[in-house]
Design a protein around this ligand. Structure first.
Ligand SMILES: C[S@@+](CC[C@H](N)C(=O)[O-])C[C@H]1O[C@@H](n2cnc3c(N)ncnc32)[C@H](O)[C@@H]1O
Length: 272
């Protein structure tokens, strides 16, 4: 079987020519241009390629199969145990980077570092930044450390295996989090079953982890809090800020026009 024939068969099986092409590039360890140039060559180890196709047919996300995820135009390492980066989280990165660039030697805490996309990008884009990144998942921290090394920012990020910011005494200028925010009993798509539950589900209502993070930031005082949230959580969180006397947050939308996150200033003036 030639590469061209394998591509046709794979694309038909997946009903997705693009994914079949990505999997074949991954299988052969070549890029898409080389794939075109080699399309009349005989495919070596076709069984291995069709093994990848079968995994994709079973709804396993292509990022886990190829151990590669694109975020902010960069190629991050990913594997099961860490959430696959979502494009909307790029907006959260932009919010934090904008704030951090107004501060002198900013200190930042990320709660729930996952694959490390947020902390790595901040470390790449902000000068003299120092980041403390936590997660309750050792598997996620392992992936984040690999990415920090890949992008040469391991000296700027301290990884700590702990819930929230428990047992961390340092004060931070900015606390950032993309926490789990889906309700525990929400019906979700099949492919999400490959991702860790602790990265997705935030409690019975869904916003429990977010509210805990807000409480921690309020206790922390004098900092910015930047978080991603569910599209339907603006109202309950606005009420929560009011109840806690935290004032009003700046909510932002994602590119599809859904409410997706907020920035909250806690304390009077956190500029150094
Ligand atoms: C939605 S994922 C976000 C991962 C990554 N920051 C991103 O944006 O792709 C949430 C992460 O929070 C972690 N997590 C869940 N509850 C946590 C807690 N109480 N304290 C620290 N991390 C937590 C999960 O293990 C997961 O890695």
């Amino acid at each position: 079987m030639t590469i061209k024939e394998a591509l046709k068969q794979g694309g038909k099986a997946l009903q997705n020519g693009k994914e079949a092409r990505i999997l074949l590039s991954h299988h052969l360890g070549i890029d898409s241009l080389q794939l075109i140039l080699k399309e009349n060559e005989v495919l070596k180890n076709p069984d291995d390629y069709f093994g990848l196709i079968r995994r994709a047919q079973a709804d396993e996300p292509i990022e886990y199969i190829t151990q590669s995820a694109s975020f902010y135009a960069r190629d991050f390492f990913i594997q099961k145990g860490a959430l696959i980066p979502r494009p909307e989280t790029e907006i959260l990165v932009d919010k934090v980077v904008q704030l951090a660039q107004t501060l002198h030697k900013p200190t930042i805490a990320e709660i729930g570092v996952g694959s490390g996309i947020i902390s790595c990008l901040i470390a790449l884009l902000v000068d003299d930044v120092s980041i403390t990144a936590t997660d309750i998942s050792q598997e996620a921290i392992l992936v984040a450390k690999i990415n920090a090394k890949r992008f040469g920012v391991e000296d700027k990020i301290t990884f700590i295996h702990t819930p929230y910011l428990i047992d961390i005494q340092e004060k931070f200028d900015i606390i950032v989090s993309n926490p789990p925010y889906i309700a525990d009993d929400a019906k979700v798509e099949n492919n999400l079953s490959y991702e860790p539950d602790i990265a997705l589900f935030g409690g019975q209502v869904g916003d429990e982890v977010l509210k805990n993070i807000i409480d921690i930031a309020a206790y922390h005082d004098n900092c910015y809090l930047c978080c991603e949230m569910g599209y339907d959580q603006k109202e309950p969180l606005s009420k929560y800020f009011k109840t806690k006397g935290l004032g009003e947050a700046d909510f932002y939308k994602d590119l599809a026009g859904f409410d997706r996150g907020f920035t909250l200033t806690i304390g009077e003036n956190n500029r150094k």
